[in-house]
Design a protein around this ligand. Structure first.
Ligand code: ATP
Ligand code: MG
Length: 555
């Protein structure tokens, strides 16, 4: 199904490496999440990229938890990340944790100290920041920079042994305080944190910095192509410096642009705020741009993969229209979802000439897009629920739904002619009255009539009820992180509206959480995990058409 497309820049690099026999033509990537939150659609891009490249080039892809910061990391996140990757359809070759390498990383640090390339510094965080210099000005060397190797070895061992308090000492690489790249001005390698770690417990009170741990972890796993996002481009010389000085496996870092999406925020820090401050119901709230939120909303994994593939990768930051993701979602749901009838905003329709007490069953095709989807029976009677918007008392000429004198086809059933309506004292329409044409039965119609409109319905005596959660964009503006003030000022107050009592076909009572259907003319819906036997809850996954695009055209 995938269309021919030209190679992206990473594929070009890899094919060149294979051609020149670099690393014996081996391709080994990794996906390195920090377990400090749930994965979002940006991570899905990185997953599709790393696992996809490994698959395409018969290589391997590791899952490595970048768990070097004990404060923010939790086992709950580790489990959710594994679950999300599996759901997306990928399998990792090895499951690793940067924390598994703490001993090795410590030994590497000792090696660098012995080579005179690292030193223990007593400077405070403030002093280190103040002596960093700027683009115009070189930094100032710490007075501890000239400590002897023996002293550094002792102090570093003491740091590890817990002799010092948080922040009292650090281990720094001894590179060049005048280096034009500020990241190479004696960067931190280790800091002291007396914190419990989700895997190593209380064994360590010193933890490696990202820049020191990441490249070495890649190297330990003999990763050939270490792919990360663009903000790390200036870190690459440091990545290389450690590897070269240690003389270990030469992993190489490549950067691509972060994937951003309109009408949402993507950083885990911001998503965590939305969760903690109850702007959403949790990480897997269907409005969240998280993989778990999208899964719960009813997005199929194929759609996320297709989206990732379609957008491709770029070398420059960009923001992708969420409409494209929704397009991919619709495309997959259209192929796979059964068409069913549900009435969201009900009004009663009475067929006055239908025999009292009679019921019938009509055969309905489950999915016209899928010949193997089969069919089901739908019960019919003389009293139906239809959508309130499918009737107008004083309709304009081109209104092809119900209006006095108009005819419509009831989907899969008969043609009816509208005779009028009944109202309560306040003028609200309470009942619509029709007569049906007995010889117009769907499939065996001899009436010769062909009304322009078809509407959906549910038989009142057979209907089941369900709650429907209608979701819309979580933010009112395209790029909330780029607006003035706080991103939370731009939350869409109408991102969720609940329809407590929607009428559905009885067949739908059998649905299981995660089941996806099309409510004819209304959109795609997915049974929520909150559903119980007594109470069905459907999430609206996506509308049938892009309602916002229509708005935009109207201006
Ligand atoms: P965030 O800033 O959203 O918290 P992060 O980069 O800190 O994300 P990590 O857990 O460190 O999250 O990311 C794991 C991998 O996913 C990294 O290789 C990272 O570059 C990649 N990644 C994260 N966000 C995006 C994104 N928006 N687009 C593409 N790749 C991303
Ligand atoms: Mg990160």
């Amino acid at each position: 199904m995938s269309e021919e497309r030209s190679l992206n820049f990473l594929e070009e690099i890899i094919e060149e490496d294979i051609a020149t026999g670099k690393h014996g033509g081996r391709v080994h990537t990794r996906f390195p999440p920090e377990p400090n939150g749930y994965l979002h659609i940006g991570h899905a891009t990185s997953i599709c990229l790393n696992f996809g490249l490994a698959k395409k080039y018969n290589g391997k892809c590791n899952l490595r938890f970048d768990d070097t910061n004990p404060v923010t990391e939790e086992t709950e996140y580790v489990e959710s990340i594994k679950n999300d990757i599996k759901w997306l359809g990928f399998h990792w070759d090895g499951e690793y944790y940067a924390s598994d390498y703490f001993d090795k990383l410590y030994d590497f640090a000792v090696t660098l100290i012995k080579k005179g390339l690292a030193y223990v510094d007593d400077s405070t965080a403030e002093q280190i920041a103040a002596t960093k210099g700027s683009f115009e000005k070189p930094g100032i060397e710490s007075p501890n920079r000239s400590r002897s190797i023996e002293e550094n070895l002792q102090l570093f061992a003491d740091m590890k042994a817990g002799k010092y308090k948080d922040g009292e000492k650090t281990l720094r690489a001894k590179i060049d305080m005048a280096h034009p790249n500020l990241l190479l001005r004696d960067p931190l390698m280790y800091r002291i944190k007396h914190e419990h770690h989700h895997r190593t417990g209380n064994k360590w009170c010193i933890y490696p910095m990202y820049d020191y741990a990441h490249g070495q972890s890649d190297s330990i796993e003999e990763i050939t192509h270490s792919i990360c996002t663009l903000e790390f481009i200036h870190h690459r010389p440091l990545y290389n410096w450690f590897i070269e000085q240690l003389g270990i496996f030469p992993s190489h870092q490549y950067e691509f642009a972060r994937r951003n999406l309109t009408y949402t925020v993507m950083s885990k820090r911001k998503l965590l705020q939305l969760v903690n401050e109850n702007h959403v119901a949790g990480w897997d709230d269907p409005r969240m741009p998280t993989i778990s939120g999208m899964r719960r909303r009813g997005y199929p994994p194929e759609a996320l993969r297709q989206f990732s593939d379609t957008v491709g990768i770029a070398k420059r930051e960009n923001i992708v229209d969420v409409g494209l993701l929704e397009f991919c979602v619709r495309e997959h749901l259209n192929k796979t979802c059964n068409r069913v009838m549900a009435v969201l905003d009900p009004v009663k329709l009475v067929i006055t000439n239908y025999p009292q007490g009679q019921t019938e069953e009509f055969k309905a095709e489950n999915n016209p897009e899928d010949p193997y989807a089969g069919s089901r029976n739908i019960p019919f009677s003389g009293e139906l629920w239809i959508e309130r918007e499918d009737f107008m008392e004083n309709a304009p000429k081109k209104y092809f739904r119900l209006a006095p004198g108009n005819m419509v086809r009831l989907k899969n059933a008969y043609i009816v002619k509208c005779d009028g309506c009944k109202k309560d004292d306040a003028g609200n329409i309470t009942e619509i009255h029709c007569t049906y044409i007995p010889e117009s039965k769907s499939g065996e119609d001899t009436s010769g009539l062909s009304p322009k409109g078809t509407i959906h319905w549910v038989s009142i005596q057979h209907a089941k009820t369900a709650e429907v959660r209608m979701y819309d964009r979580l933010f009112r503006v395209e790029d909330p992180s780029n607006e003035e003030g706080n991103f939370k000022d731009y939350i869409n107050p109408d991102s969720l509206s609940i329809l407590p009592s929607v009428y559905i076909e009885p067949e739908l009572a059998k649905a299981k959480p995660g089941d996806k259907v099309q409510f004819m003319r209304k959109g795609y819906f997915c049974l929520d995990a909150d559903s119980t036997a007594g109470k069905l809850i459907f999430n609206r996954t996506v509308t049938l058409k892009d309602a916002w695009a229509k708005e935009a055209k109207k201006g």
